[in-house]
Structure formats: C-alpha cells, structure tokens
Design a binder for this molecule. Structure first.
Ligand code: JAH
Length: 264
C-alpha cells in the first residue's frame, strides 16, 4: 500500500510514524509511506500556504494552489490515488468499517488541514473523502491523519503478528472488549478473577462474553442498538442486564429501597 501525507508539519508526522507497528510495516515494505511538505509547493518567497477568508471573519484559510500542486505532484510520481482523504471536523465519522475500506485500497493521499480549514475548491475538486475522528476541534489534521493511518496499516496482512488480535478486535465484533489480566495472580492484594486461573476454557469463554456484554451495556449502550445479534446473544444480553439491575438494588443503602410508587 502507498500512503502520501500532505502537511505543513512533515517532521511531526514523520516522527510519529518512525516508531512502533507502523514503522515496522514501512521497514518490511508492507506500506510505502511518504510525507510531503506543503511549503515545497508554494511559489512565493515566504512560502505562504494560507490567506484571509473571502467574506471576512476570523482566522485564515489554506490556499488552493499549494494543495493542488502537492496532490498533482503525488499523482505524477505514484499515479492516480484511489482516495484523497481530508481530515476535518466536518467529515463523516471515521470508524473501524472506514479503516477496513481504506485498507483495501492500493494507494491513498491524506491532506492535513490547518487554520480555519481549506479552500472549498480543494474539497470540491480533489478530495474524495472527508473524515472526522470525533466531535472536537484540534489545531490541525495531522493527529487525525496519524490515527487513520495507524488504524488502516494494522489491518494490512502481516503487520500485526497474531492475526487473531485483528480478527477479535473489539470493533470487529461490534461490542467492547472484556477485561485483561496477566501475572502476578495477586498484585497488591488485588486478585485475578478465579475463573481465569481455573483452566476451564468453556467457563473462561462464557465469563469473557458476559463481561463484554456488561461493559457494552454500561458504557456504550448505543452499540447494542445497532448490533446484529442472534437470539441466543439477545437472551444473554438480557440476562446480564438483569444481573446488573440486581446488583444495583443490592447496593442501595438499606431503607432507601424503591417501592415504585412513593415518589412525590
Ligand atoms: C482542525 C484543520 N475530527 C478531529 C479533527 C480533525 C481535523 C481538525 N480538527 C479536528 C482540524 C483545524 C484545522 C483540521
């Protein structure tokens, strides 16, 4: 896979990609990642990449010419990309499904915006996908671009050593992960749940599955609204819901138990 990143902070992007799983994927030739300094595609003495907004208002806008030239240079060198991604809070939500889609492309470009945003003609004429990693405003698209690249590259064959890690990813299953433990069995008085040291693989699987439901119910109930669950899974979710409700009642201070009709 070939990935080209266009940014005014190439060292920031290169430094982040120089270590860890993505760096190894680059060394192994699984991915050919190039970072392009947008200022190299300016033509004035000050290497200007921004300008005031038409219509007035605060902040600056990224000029179209350097971005067009940068993407045209990538096309000239590498051929036409399958996607030109722009990181922006106005984009559609980035998700594991989006990462899987991008991981199937042979080549894509990521544009990192800065300032108030990029000239809309860039979006109209060269961007194919506007993506957002969440509902917050950052100072630029570099960190979101790194998030997307990390999520995509780890899906490429051979990048993550144990293929089961990828197959069992929380968001592949559509629910949250179960709790993990490693040695020692007791750490500062805190013991690992007995079932995990019991050697009963059936019981361990069942415990983990119920922990996944529990966490998802408690932390991300929205995931269960849209999850495609079998009847057996629905039944198990309902059991865990009842278990949580029982615990909730058991934890009420005595004398404060609700009867259901004494509110005022
Ligand atoms: C901020 C250009 N979805 C996260 C996200 C993505 C991009 C930006 N902020 C947040 C951003 C300023 C300029 C892009």
């Amino acid at each position: 896979m070939e990935i080209d990143v266009v940014t005014i902070f190439p060292r920031m992007v290169e430094a982040s990609l120089a270590e860890g799983v993505v760096a190894r994927a680059c060394e192994n030739g699984v991915v050919d990642l190039k970072v392009h300094d947008l200022r190299e595609y300016t033509d004035d003495r000050h290497r200007t990449v921004d300008d005031v907004p038409y219509g007035g208002g605060p902040g600056m806008v990224m000029k179209p010419e350097p971005l067009f030239r940068a993407v045209e240079a990538v096309v000239a060198k590498r051929g036409a990309p399958s996607a030109v991604v722009l990181m922006t809070p106005q984009g559609r939500p980035f998700s594991h499904a989006e990462a899987e889609r991008l991981s199937k492309l042979p080549r894509f470009v990521v544009i990192c915006g800065r300032y108030e945003g990029v000239d809309e003609r860039v979006t109209d004429a060269i961007v194919t996908d506007e993506l957002s990693i969440g509902d917050y405003v950052l100072t630029g698209g570099e960190l979101p671009a790194l998030v997307v690249i990390d999520a995509v590259v780890r899906l490429l064959p051979g990048v993550v050593g144990d293929a089961r890690s990828v197959a069992e990813d929380s968001f592949v299953r559509g629910v949250l992960d179960y709790p993990h433990y490693t040695r020692p069995a007791v750490f500062r008085g805190m013991a690992v749940p007995d079932v995990l040291t019991s050697g009963h693989h059936g019981e361990i699987e069942k415990w983990r599955r119920r922990q996944q439901w529990r966490r998802t119910i408690e932390r991300r109930p929205d995931l269960l609204e849209t999850a495609a669950l079998t009847d057996a899974q629905r039944r198990e979710v309902d059991e865990v819901r009842q278990e949580i409700a029982r615990e909730g009642r058991a934890n009420l201070p005595s004398g404060s138990k609700e009867s259901g009709d004494e509110g005022d």
